[in-house]
Structures are given as structure tokens and as C-alpha cells.
Design a protein around this ligand. Structure first.
Ligand code: SF4
Length: 235
């Protein structure tokens, strides 16, 4: 099946694929509406641009190592398998960013060796999964995707975007423990929500800060903190 084109490309990042020079391709469409989402135009399909991603990649062979496929929710893209095949034919590594709601697609890409790295979002602890669109069904799909990744031989990471007024320390520790119980033993990444940009839920600045000492002390996994206000400006 022919794939859709990305609506935009970030031409170079050293932050999104571990130890690789990568570009990020952004695709429309998502099955969730996370209040902190800073890509509302992608989620609601309002960005109608189309980029010739293969021309971009042909020009950068030997300069970039990897392609990050992001959105939106990349596993909803029609023809994703075909897109990955074309990218890999050019010699690039492929990473997908996913919310884990499509285990069948993740399994298909893995079985055909079309992805090399996965970053998967964990949105909620199981006890609050009723708050997700699709509720427990969506949570169970995340768990299924996690088990598929756990039995694969590619590296992957689990991460959660955090806002102190949406998820507290107890929620976060529960999510880390649950992930660990399903076999994940890597670093658990906490990504602080982006402030000062339009978000789906018009998120306000938080009324409190996280107690990172408490999180580190009780977490069964090492925690990687990304974009936290107390770290900004530090090298
Ligand atoms: S944060 Fe990710 S999963 Fe949530 S609405 Fe935005 S693109 Fe979709």
C-alpha cells in the first residue's frame, strides 16, 4: 500500500535517536488527545503540507544515519510498512515513536526487520486507564506492545510525558513498577511537558514541582529526566 507523505521534516537532530545523526519525519493523525500534546495541528490533520521525503533522504545519504518516524501516531499511517521498506533500502536506520496502541503493526514491522529502535509512551497507570480514550482496551494494547518489544532483539525505551498536575509521584512510580513487572529493565524516561507552546488541553503552568529525590529513591528502574525546568541551562 502506498504510504502518505510527512507534513514536515526536522532535518537534523542528535537527541532523538541514541548516538546517531537523525532526521524526524512528522505525520498527521492520532487516536489520542493528550492534553499536553504540543502537536495539535498534526493530531487534528490541520496541517495539509506534503514533503517529498525520499528526495530529502536521497540527498542526505552518508550524512544522516537514521530516520525517526513520528507524529501524531505513526502506527496509524496507511502504508507504514512500505515507507519503512523504502527508507531501509536507502540504508538508513529507522526509529518509530508510538503510543503503543497498535501492537499488530509493531509486531509486523519487527518481524520484517523494518525498525531498529522504538520509543514507546506510557500514558497512565493501570488504575487510571479508564481516563484514556478507549479506556482499558487501549491500556491493554500498550501492554501487548510492551511484551512484543520485550521479546524482540531491538533496543527500545519507555517514556512518559509528565505535568505535575496530571500525574503525581505515586502515579509515576506505579507506571514504572508496572512497566518493570512486564520485563522492561532499561532507563525509564520522564519528559517534562513543553511550556509556552499551544497544547491540545491549553495546559497551564503547573502549581507544584516534582520531588525527584522521592522518585529516584522508590523507582525500581533508573529514571532519565528530560526537559525538566530545574535542569534547563545546565550542561
Ligand atoms: S502526545 Fe502523542 S499520543 Fe498524545 S495526542 Fe499528541 S501525538 Fe497523540
Amino acid at each position: 500500500m502506498k504510504h502518505r507523505h510527512p507534513v514536515d521534516i526536522t532535518p537534523l537532530t542528535f537527541l532523538d535517536y541514541p548516538r546517531k545523526a537523525a532526521c524526524i519525519m512528522w505525520f498527521n493523525g492520532c487516536n489520542l488527545r493528550c492534553p499536553y500534546c504540543y502537536n495539535p495541528e498534526l493530531v487534528t490533520d490541520k496541517n495539509t503540507s506534503q514533503v517529498d521525503e525520499m528526495a530529502f533522504l536521497r540527498e542526505r545519504r552518508g550524512f544522516l544515519d537514521a530516520v525517526v518516524l513520528s507524529g501524531g501516531e505513526i502506527t496509524l499511517q496507511p502504508g507504514l510498512r512500505h515507507l519503512c521498506e523504502e527508507i531501509k533500502e536507502l540504508g538508513y536506520l529507522v526509529k518509530i515513536d508510538t503510543n503503543g496502541s497498535n501492537p499488530r503493526i509493531v509486531a509486523e514491522l519487527l518481524e520484517n526487520k523494518l525498525i531498529d529502535y522504538v520509543a514507546m509512551d506510557n500514558k497512565m497507570p493501570s488504575t487510571r486507564s479508564w481516563q484514556l480514550p478507549g479506556g482499558k482496551v487501549l491500556y491493554n494494547r500498550f501492554v501487548e506492545s510492551l511484551e512484543i518489544l520485550q521479546s524482540s532483539d531491538i533496543p527500545y525505551e519507555i517514556r512518559t510525558t509528565v505535568h505535575p498536575d496530571l500525574l503525581d509521584e505515586a502515579d509515576i512510580l506505579q507506571m514504572i513498577r508496572e512497566t518493570n513487572l512486564h520485563g522492561y529493565s532499561g532507563t525509564y524516561y520522564l519528559q517534562y511537558f513543553f511550556t509556552g507552546v499551544p497544547t491540545i488541553g491549553n495546559m497551564k503552568p503547573p502549581t507544584r514541582r516534582y520531588d525527584r529525590g522521592l522518585l529516584d529513591h522508590h523507582s525500581p528502574l533508573p529514571i532519565g529526566y528530560r526537559n525538566f525546568p530545574e535542569d534547563r541551562g545546565r550542561m
